[in-house]
Write a protein that binds this ligand. Structure first.
Ligand code: WT7
Length: 653
């Protein structure tokens, strides 16, 4: 057992040996993977070893080919296979567990709803029939703009059933963001709701969706509105608008023949921030994605049918797609779906839900763990959390201190904690320890999974020495990888791929180090992407919202140590940088981008530090925001402004 004392080592420090914790014996005994040979056998038999993932699925036509790499970087996994994702998440479980719970939903006002696999199958079929009635056909993109309610999972699976790719837009994103995503995806169908609760208040989601429609390029074929708020909130329906309950009610009891999709056919699009202000539409193919997600749910998160599993991420982001919907339902487990926030009605809400549902596998982000730590151990300590047998974390680096806190106070000190690294584009977990096999190192993600060829390289693509900083790349394709971008092949190639002497390399956009044991430590993004509270945004996306405010001349945003965002802002000479301006900036970011992206701090400054060529020194601003040492600033065009900014930031603290 490890000593639980914090050593203060930071995730960003150069790696050496690092403290190593073996997989707990009790866990090993029943772990999905207990034989360390899996690494060698994947290496010796790549890519064919990935057939093990395809074998976890039910296929309409079993794939003869594992990987077609004839036209890199356009890789095709299991290209001659055919399958349906909703069959794999529902139909195939009916014989054995039709009465087992698939989803236990908890609403914001204490409402509860449970669905067995048979219930979910029935609802998904009715929804699929309803979508068909509206004219949704194979390959029509359906946009979903819903909070964490069961209908979100149901409609996703209904889309999958009829071969209509879904395009889920996080419910907290703005009308503008919704419109951009619908236009770019060429989506003629929108499923939204009347509204949802934000703490005490009801928020009108429908009117935000209406605003998006006004900005849409083309007329919508149909909008479906889920009644989340009941009588409290009456929404009149307009032309081509349908009430979800009525539509589904008309098809209750019908079965819809699942459409057999080519493994390479599109399952969904998910927009994410890239290196420009415009989001990228990441496309995931059906067969490779579902295979990889299922394999990792089973073997990394170690989820089995008899678990009660909870992935706390919102389905509006990739984590919720892969490990809140597809992964858990594909392995046939019972999954908790929670609409509310972790501190409402009280700060023990998460622990209360874990205790009441006997959650055995829990997956969340370091941002959430930091909040739990801040709130105090008395909240988890007031609950019986002994049902937990594995903890997972994702979305950003976790410090050794937070890692230990999580293991000690949530995991009772003796469960495996898996730090999982992956991205919207990778579709599924690509770096992590295997909990029954691989020793853990607090603060380091771990080695690549079997069958994943991750390398930390320098600018020329050569591997860096252990402890040296480099770029994290994936040197071979993997099943869950994106099949392309909505914006086209050229953008896909340019955004992600470099051709080198020994083949094509995928650039992750992350800086990293690797230690002597092959454990990777993530240092953060090296491009213009920032992770805000485990959500990904582009700096230009946030900055252009800020400069849209009257009186603002320039803005630069950086991440801080708490997963938050700091905005440095300059104003016109005649404008007072006062509280009203702060409020206007905050409101604009919430309105144009998203509520979660609001700056935590706004620092007004007469100038932004710039290089002689006029580039904003974001790295320097980030160091200041994080209270870190920074290097020589004499090469700046305006070095004098740095001291000024630093003292403003310190005064505010
Ligand atoms: C970026 C991807 C798919 C996960 C949810 C976010 C960062 C992700 C880790 C981790 C350190 C991590 C990276 C990555 N990230 N997991 N375990 N340790 N950083 O998905 O929005 O596509 O963001 O999140 O910077 O590139 P995303």
């Amino acid at each position: 057992m490890d000593d639980a004392g914090a050593d203060g080592r930071h995730a960003g420090e150069p790696s050496g040996g690092g403290e190593t914790i073996d997989p707990p014996e009790a866990f090993r005994e029943s772990a999905a993977v207990a034989d360390a040979d899996v690494y060698d056998s994947f290496a010796a038999d790549w890519p064919d070893a990935w057939r093990a993932a395809a074998d976890l699925l039910e296929w309409d036509r079993y794939p003869e080919t594992v990987l077609d790499d004839g036209d890199p970087p356009f890789y095709e996994w299991f290209p001659d296979g055919r399958l349906n994702a909703s069959v794999n998440c529902l139909d195939r479980h009916l014989a054995e567990r039709r009465n087992q719970l698939a989803i236990r939903w908890f609403g914001k006002r204490g409402e509860r709803r449970s669905y067995t696999y048979a219930d979910l199958h029935r609802e998904v079929n009715a929804a699929a029939a309803g979508l068909r009635e509206l004219g949704v056909g194979e390959d029509d993109v359906v946009t979903l703009y819903l909070p964490m309610i069961p209908e979100l999972s149901i409609v996703m699976l209904a889309c999958a059933r009829i071969g209509a790719p879904h395009n889920v837009v996080f419910a907290g994103l703005s009308a503008e963001a919704l419109a951009t995503r619908m236009n770019s995806a060429d989506s003629g169908y929108l499923i939204t709701c009347d509204g949802y609760y934000r703490r005490e208040d009801a928020f009108n989601q429908k009117s935000r969706a209406d605003n998006a429609r006004l900005r849409a390029d083309a007329d919508l074929a149909a909008t479906v509105v889920v009644d989340r708020l009941g009588d409290e909130f009456e929404i009149p329906l307009g032309e081509n608008e349908h009430d979800y309950g009525t539509l589904i009610g008309e098809h209750e009891g019908e079965t819809v023949e699942p459409v057999a999709r080519d493994a390479t056919d599109l399952l969904f699009v998910m927009y994410t921030s890239g290196t420009t202000g415009r989001p990228k539409g990441v496309e995931h193919a059906t067969g490779g994605y579902l295979s990889h997600v299922t394999w990792t749910t089973r073997n990394v998160l170690d989820v089995r049918p008899d678990d009660t599993y909870w992935c706390a991420a919102d389905i509006g982001w990739i984590t919720g797609h892969s490990y809140g919907v597809y992964g858990p339902l594909s392995v046939g487990t019972t999954t908790v779906l929670y609409e509310g926030s972790p501190d409402y009605p009280d700060r023990d809400r998460v622990w209360d839900l874990i205790e009441r549902n006997a959650v055995s596998v829990f997956y969340t982000s370091p941002t959430a763990i930091r909040s739990f730590m801040k709130w105090g151990v008395e909240y988890p300590e007031a609950h019986d959390l002994s049902s937990i047998r594995l903890l997972g974390t994702v979305g950003e680096s976790i410090t050794p201190k937070a890692w230990r806190w999580y293991r000690e106070h949530v995991g009772g000190g003796d469960v495996p904690v898996v730090d999982t690294w992956w991205q919207t584009e990778t579709g599924a977990i690509t770096l992590a320890t295997l909990p029954g096999v691989t020793p853990m190192k607090p603060g380091r993600v771990g080695p690549p999974l079997p069958g994943i060829d991750a390398r930390v390289v320098d600018r020329d693509g050569d591997p860096v020495e252990p402890g040296e900083t480099g770029y994290l790349t994936l040197a071979s394709p993997w099943p869950g990888m994106l099949r392309g971008l909505r914006e086209g092949d050229e953008r896909y190639r340019r955004e992600y791929w470099v051709e080198s002497e020994d083949g094509w390399r995928y650039r992750t956009g992350d800086g990293a180090t690797v230690d002597e044991d092959g454990y990777v430590t993530i240092l953060g993004r090296v491009d213009d992407v920032i992770n805000v509270r485990a959500h990904r945004f582009n700096t230009a996306e946030l900055e252009s919202a800020i400069v849209a405010v009257d009186g603002v001349t320039e803005a630069a945003v950086v991440g801080d140590d708490d997963g938050g965002v700091v905005a440095y802002v300059t104003t016109r000479g005649d404008v007072d940088p006062d509280a009203a301006l702060r409020e206007a900036i905050t409101a604009e970011v919430a309105g144009i981008v998203a509520e979660v992206a609001r700056p935590d701090r706004i620092v007004f400054t007469p100038e932004l530090p710039k290089t002689r060529s006029g580039k904003i020194m974001r790295r320097l601003l980030e160091d200041i925001a994080r209270g870190e040492e920074f290097g020589d600033v004499s090469a700046l065009r305006n070095p004098e402004v740095v001291g000024e900014i630093e003292s403003t930031v310190r005064d505010e603290e």
